[in-house]
Design a protein around this ligand. Sequence first.
Ligand code: SF4
Ligand code: SF4
Length: 477
Amino acid sequence: MSKEIPVKQVDPGSDPSNNKKQTETVDLYASRKKIYVKEIKGFFQRIRNVSLMVLMGMYFLFVWLTLDGQPLIHFDLPEREFHLYGMTFFPKDFFLLSGMLIISAFGLFFITTLFGRVWCGYTCPQTVWTFVYMWIEEKVEGSRNKRMKLDKSPNTREKITKKGIKHALWLLVALATGLTFVGYFYPIRELIGDIATLDANGWAYFWVGFFTVATYLNAGWMREQVCLYMCPYARFQSVMFDPNTRIVSYDPNRGEPRGKRKKGIDPAQVGLGDCIDCEQCVQVCPTGIDIRDGLQYECIGCALCIDACDQVMDKMDYPRGLIRYTTENELEGKTSKLLRPRTFGYGAVLTAMIGAVIFIVASRVPAQMDVLRDRGALYSFNGEGRIENSYTVKIQNMSEVPQTFVLSVEGLEDMRIITDTTVKVVSGENRSLPTVVDVPPESIQSTNSDIRFIATSQTDSSLILETESRFVGPRAR
Ligand code: SF4
Ligand code: SF4
């Protein structure tokens, strides 16, 4: 089937009767050209290496850590509990998750407004894993030129061995990534043991396989395609840019007209700018673009072109910074403002949301009690001639340790609980306890009295739960 769609080039000023002649076919499908990224060392690459090691270290390590016997981070879906840094969250805490998502979104907007796509360039998992895969590729297959030569060469034993080792290492990293990801939902020690003995449930195999394949394809094969065609953030981030946003830019005032020349020649004397048109900035770019063409949505802000160009400038004895983090205003000789209405706006929402989430987390109680009065019967007299009311006491333990509570009730004279008063609630449990309360008839002053249930923890003496309820009795005589 043809991949070409006939399109008509229309010149607004042309005679419409000539449009027939202007009809031509344009290929709207562009197959991917493999990008051979040249390895470069430099200041920004060192920053990324540190961020890469910290982030990957956290990802692979945190899944193994425990705090007071509980996993540091564990999303226990069957039990509907989420353990995070010593706290347990339940489905009713999901508004906190919404708060965290809003914080992440506004944090991203705030940073993007100030410094462009630093998230994409230094911390996005797609970038982090792609750089690890590129590092493996460089170590196994060699430099950019060697890799290009290898790909063009026939399938010799050496080529097949190198490709085999590279893909095996990629798959190993992908498998470790998949296992770790699933380990945040299925305790990692059990997961590895169960998979090794083929005892894991089917979903565990499915998700480990899914994340292994996704990592291998995204970081090994698709790379910049994920950023260019799959990531929605790449599409809308430019609306957060303004002339004061500090982004990776080429300085055309200084660089143009570009042209080759020998070292030691004063560019002004030969009518050239500082760009020697060496294309080093293009060869190191993981998305294969030329930063000299201006701001492009393909640019992930990785700053590799800054490191490459700075090395060229050093060799030519020119000042660094032909490509640098700068703003549109500075390139036009104007001054830039760090603080402006949109940074204040994003910053204000961000600060408010962080404050709200911290307040909610800090004021979270480790347990809560609800009391439901049995609506089936208003009251009854027991064998001792006392008036009884029935309740269901529900205690939810949201702390990380089991709690034993002793129940009591107050509000009417000589009031007592005649059912079990000691209740043990394990971490994360929501325990219901049928409870009967009685009072002597002479204590009743009205048909409907305010009473209070109190649950005192034997495990943590500072933990006392109180809940109001009603006691219904006959009219006082
Ligand atoms: S690396 Fe610098 S000097 Fe070389 S082409 Fe790019 S901008 Fe010009
Ligand atoms: S132009 Fe390429 S190398 Fe430079 S910051 Fe953008 S993505 Fe990175």
